[in-house]
Design a protein. Structure first.
Length: 479
């Protein structure tokens, strides 16, 4: 068969078999172990596979996927997966991913469906979270890590320009250091971005947080003033719309006031939590989010858009374009219109068709459906917090603000050192049992279990099972 003969029976039959395989896989997730370690033979079959000398029929490839790949998932599709910040895939997004890969365009620019659809879904995302959206003020990225680089690059260039410096031409050498402000719970992607952009991690100041885990504006003000006196150039504050450790949401209003007064760029890391604004029960926590200069967030987290899909939203469209635009003669497009190409607003030239799976996921659920799912997750998190507080062998370590619950197992008779060791070992012990999946973190010097609830299909019984599995794993560890 001609490799491009998509009308042939080989492709059509394999496509139908793939649809059946994927449907059966997704339907069976609740009844299978969440995750189990791969045995040596299964791991070796993937790691040590020889480069094939000859090709294989598509039907055989589908069979191999069903035999060697799908039985060994990360586990995030299960309603009993509470680890990290990884969602189950939205059904509409799964279907749209196949269609997008069939078109296989480069979404850099031009007059084709994916470009116009991306402009629409970026606007939709901004509308969902209540962020201002000037035309061209955002784009889809691989994730919030890349979106953060895009946003911080725009912030860096603005600050340098205000200081009389052209970073694109001259670089940062010889310029007074630019200083940014974060908290101890700020995601590591911010530090990576600062290092990559030449700012240096030593010029990221860690600002104190209050007992509620939110950025302390008084400490922020003092840090900015110290750096100005020292001849440095404060330029950036990073606030969080849901920290990874506890789901804490910063008080955006007071932070925005200070940033406006001090002429600082306010960037909000909304990777996981920004979509929590759709839940009426917690909307008040996000007051002032719309005043940020930039926002990075992940449709592939709480919305369930299949990975990869992040989004950068920036208030200053011209500044964003001025940070990245470079159009060589072989890419000139006289019909591109006022906004030009997406590749002028970020680092990627060849860009995948991410917009279709975002469009399908949002269009399938609508704002109302997304709001219901998100509200369900936050309600489940509050319920888990109540279960923890009602049990003498568990301790809630932070207020449940969104859909992350930070807690630890605290059986009687153990000192702090032993409790720390137990809770450090518990996540892997729970994971290996296969019934539920939870991960850990270190919060304010304490080893913590953290359950992140992103799956609206999770039940109250699943939460009770989580605590039972933690208890059982702890008993095994103490034998």
């Amino acid at each position: 068969m001609d490799p491009l003969d998509f009308a042939g029976t080989d492709f059509r039959g394999a496509a139908h078999a793939t649809a059946d395989l994927v449907s059966d896989y997704l339907a069976g997730l609740p009844d299978r172990p969440v995750w189990q370690p791969m045995d040596d033979a299964a791991r070796s079959a993937l790691l040590d596979a020889p480069l094939p000398a000859e090709g294989r029929p598509l039907a055989e490839l589908v069979e191999a996927i069903g035999r060697d790949v799908l039985p060994h998932p990360m586990g995030n599709g299960s309603p009993r997966f509470f680890g990290w910040v990884n969602s189950a895939p939205a059904p509409a997004g799964v279907l749209a991913t196949l269609a997008a890969s069939a078109m296989n365009p480069s979404s850099a620019g031009g007059d084709h469906a994916d470009v116009h659809l991306e402009r629409a879904v970026v606007r939709w995302i901004a509308e969902l979270v209540g962020f201002p959206h000037p035309a061209g003020g955002g784009l889809l990225t691989s994730g919030t890590s890349m979106a953060t680089i895009v946003c911080l690059a725009a912030a860096r260039n603005r600050a340098a320009r205000q200081a009389g410096w052209d970073v694109r031409e001259d670089g940062l050498a010889g310029m007074p250091p630019l200083v940014g402000y974060v908290t101890g719970e700020t995601h590591s992607c911010v530090r990576k971005a600062a290092e990559l952009l030449g700012l240096g991690s030593k010029h990221l100041r860690t600002v104190a947080t209050g007992p509620d885990g939110r950025l302390d504006t008084a400490d922020l003000r003092a840090a900015v003033e110290r750096d100005r006196v020292a001849g440095l150039l404060p330029f950036l504050v990073v606030a969080s719309a849901g920290t990874v450790g506890t789901g804490a949401v910063d008080a955006f209003g007071p932070i925005a006031d200070l940033c406006a007064e001090q002429e600082l760029w306010l960037h909000v890391d909304g990777a996981y939590g920004a979509f929590g604004v759709l839940d009426p029960a917690v909307t008040h926590r996000y007051a002032g989010l719309e005043r940020a200069d930039s926002l990075a967030l992940d449709p592939h987290k709480w919305l369930g858009v299949p990975v990869d899909c992040g989004c950068a939203l920036v208030r200053d469209t011209d500044g964003l374009r001025g940070t990245f635009s470079l159009v060589p003669s072989y890419l000139r497009d006289e019909a591109a219109g006022e906004l030009g190409w997406f590749s002028e607003y970020g680092t990627e030239q060849t860009r995948p068709f991410r917009a279709l799976k975002v469009w399908a996921t949002i269009a399938h659920k609508g704002r109302a459906g997304l709001s219901r799912d998100i509200a369900r997750c936050t309600a489940l998190a509050r319920h888990l917090g109540e279960l923890v507080q009602a049990d003498d062998e568990f301790e809630l370590l932070a207020e449940v603000q969104t859909s992350i619950v930070a807690f630890r197992h605290r059986p009687a008779g153990l000192g702090e050192e032993a409790l720390d060791a137990l809770n450090r070992d518990l996540p892997v012990a729970v994971q290996r049992r296969g019934t539920v999946f939870v991960t850990g973190a270190r919060l304010a010097g304490t080893e913590t279990l953290r359950a992140c609830l992103l799956n609206a299909g999770t039940t109250e019984a699943d939460l009770e099972l989580l605590l039972a599995e933690v208890r059982a794993a702890a008993a095994d560890l103490r034998k």
